[in-house]
Design a protein around this ligand. Structure first.
Ligand SMILES: [Zn+2]
Length: 387
């Protein structure tokens, strides 16, 4: 669809006077809400968005969505999740506070395709059926031989083939290249609660436009349909297992629907004023954020602990001098020196912990790793990712 005058046409199609903007860093193309001017990219944190023109910049897909999954996480849960994130980041930079995260919270919708299709296929597979083998084992117990029954489950494989003629509804297919990483970071969205899109959904929230058109996403949808078909064939054959499933399928009556998924993004700055993103699933509240520790804060703790060690050391030396005159002081001096040594050694721990967070923070779990990769995707324009 060719749009001539952006302002009127977004109102015509999406029902709101939205602004089309793009980010040079993450290549994201967004429709921005009329009542919420954005100062940074809501997706990767880059500091300015460029106004785009549909006719010149040709986004991959600009049609309005048919369906939407609303934000359902409560305000209380949002605040709790942000507070937990700030609290659990070791030596968090001063800017990483629940208040800042909340004030910068931006709702954004991400696109997902749902596809319906008719499939006519011939298939073949090996179906596995469990069966029990009973054998007996002689064992010497309590002074006599006893016979024990041993049951073992084995699988009998049988070749099968057949035809399949079936309609599939609402098969999910990625509308964003980074869909897999988003799911790893934020969990899968549950599709119950879907409703038709309404223009007022975008009064406050931004929308990320698809970067994969239906034709491109069909490859994944087809693979998912194959898995579903294999499972249906297994059930139809009343088999316990299936392997080597192959099919030759024709599809028709494809119907593509765009669904918007709710996401909150926010950010904080580290010691060097670099932006770090925090993502929260708008349905179940799953939160993933880039962890960054403040070396300044860790250094202050190290100095504090180190100074305590020096103070204890000096007091111990004084006690040792006194020990020349009163021998009873000498054990105290010895204990003091040991404590000073132990405290002195622990002074490096804050530095080590902060270094660990900055170096390996994204290895906390699979979701952290996915977010790190997601930002690597985002930072592909030659910038160093802040992980
Ligand atoms: Zn961006």
């Amino acid at each position: 669809m060719m749009l001539n005058t952006t302002k009127t046409t977004w109102t015509d199609t999406w029902g709101q006077p939205l602004t089309l903007a793009g980010c040079w860093q993450c290549d994201g193309v967004f429709l921005l809400p009329p009542q919420r001017p954005l100062t940074i990219c809501p997706y990767c944190g880059q500091e300015s968005l460029d106004a785009l023109d549909t006719a010149v910049d040709r986004p991959v897909y600009t049609q309005p969505p048919e369906l939407l999954l609303p934000f359902t996480i409560t305000d209380v849960n949002i605040q709790e999740n942000l507070a937990q994130f700030a609290k659990k980041t070791w030596f968090a930079p001063a800017d990483l506070s629940p208040q800042n995260l909340l004030a910068r919270l931006q709702p954004i919708y991400l696109p997902l395709w749902l596809v319906d299709a008719n499939a006519q296929a011939t298939w073949q597979a090996e179906m596995g059926y469990n069966y029990q083998v009973v054998s007996h084992k002689e064992a010497f117990q309590s002074g006599q031989w006893r016979t024990q029954e041993v049951r073992e489950t084995r699988i009998r494989w049988e070749p099968r083939l057949g035809r399949l003629n079936r309609h599939y509804d609402n098969q999910m297919a990625p509308a964003l290249e980074e869909q897999r990483l988003l799911e790893l970071a934020l969990g899968t969205y549950q599709l119950n609660g879907i409703r038709p899109y309404r223009p007022d959904d975008l009064i406050q929230a931004a929308a990320h436009l698809p970067n994969r058109p239906p034709a491109d996403a069909w490859t994944e949808a087809r693979e998912s349909l194959k898995k579903i078909a294999a499972e249906e064939c297994r059930q139809a054959a009343a088999a316990d297992h299936i392997r080597e499933f192959r099919w030759t399928a024709d599809f028709d009556a494809q119907n593509w629907t765009q669904l918007l998924l709710p996401l909150y993004t926010t950010f904080y700055h580290d010691d060097e004023s670099r932006v770090h993103m925090v993502f929260m699933n708008g349905q179940n509240g799953n939160l993933r954020g880039q962890r960054r520790a403040s070396m300044q804060k860790a250094r202050r703790w190290a100095i504090l602990i180190g100074s305590s060690a020096v103070v204890i050391f000096v007091i111990s030396l004084l006690l040792a001098l006194l020990g020349h005159f009163r021998e009873a002081m000498l054990p105290w001096a010895g204990a003091g020196l040991t404590i000073a040594l132990l405290v002195g050694v622990t002074a490096v721990l804050p530095l080590l912990a902060a270094w660990y967070v900055n170096r390996f923070g994204h290895f906390y779990d699979d979701g952290q790793q996915a977010l790190a990769e997601l930002t690597n995707v985002a930072w592909k324009a030659g910038e160093q990712p802040p992980v």
